[in-house]
Design a protein around this ligand. Structure first.
Ligand SMILES: [Zn+2]
Ligand SMILES: [Zn+2]
Ligand SMILES: [Zn+2]
Length: 165
């Protein structure tokens, strides 16, 4: 995975302006918020706006949408669909992976599985003569942090989760 400096340098060479917003947005999609270690999970435009504000970058909604469109057009971002109709975006070259969606705090983590579903695909191809292009698979549940806080806070949270599953 390239670092954001390499991506920005490429954009600069291609003649695009490196505004403060652009630098911050690329950084956020590649490395996530400053308090997280790994790459960012998929973000919505409003989430991106909040993350930018947290970095002290003042932008309006229009600029954020324009920046997302720009990065989509440069094939640096892709749209992630989690079945709720909400548009989320993440770095395109993040490699094939899946998402762990917490139904409590709505946190989304990227999750890689080695050799993911290869055997299923081979089985389906031979049984149904169906040639695969790609698959998408997302996991919904309760993240580690929410599990801990529900154990600390009694059974109330846990019960509401069970009833929705
Ligand atoms: Zn959670
Ligand atoms: Zn992802
Ligand atoms: Zn997969």
């Amino acid at each position: 995975m390239p670092d954001s400096a390499a991506i920005l340098e490429k954009l600069r060479k291609d003649g695009f302006r490196l505004t403060q917003t652009r630098k911050a947005v690329v950084g956020l999609f590649l490395t996530g918020a400053s308090d997280s270690s790994g790459p960012a999970g998929p973000m919505t435009a409003p989430e991106l706006l909040l993350a930018l504000e947290a970095l002290g970058v003042s932008v309006n909604k229009t600029t954020v949408y324009r920046e997302i469109d720009f990065l989509m057009a440069r094939k640096l971002l892709r749209e992630v669909h989690l079945g709720d109709g909400v548009r989320r975006y993440e770095y395109l070259e993040g490699g094939h992976h899946h998402h762990l969606v917490c139904v409590e705090c709505n946190n989304i983590e990227c999750f890689e599985m080695t050799g993911c579903l290869k055997e299923f695909e081979a089985q389906i191809t031979s049984e149904r003569n169906f040639r695969f292009i790609k698959h998408s698979l997302e996991f919904f549940g309760v993240c580690g942090q929410c599990t801990v806080s529900s154990e600390l806070g009694g059974s109330e949270v846990k019960e509401s989760v069970e009833s929705t599953l």
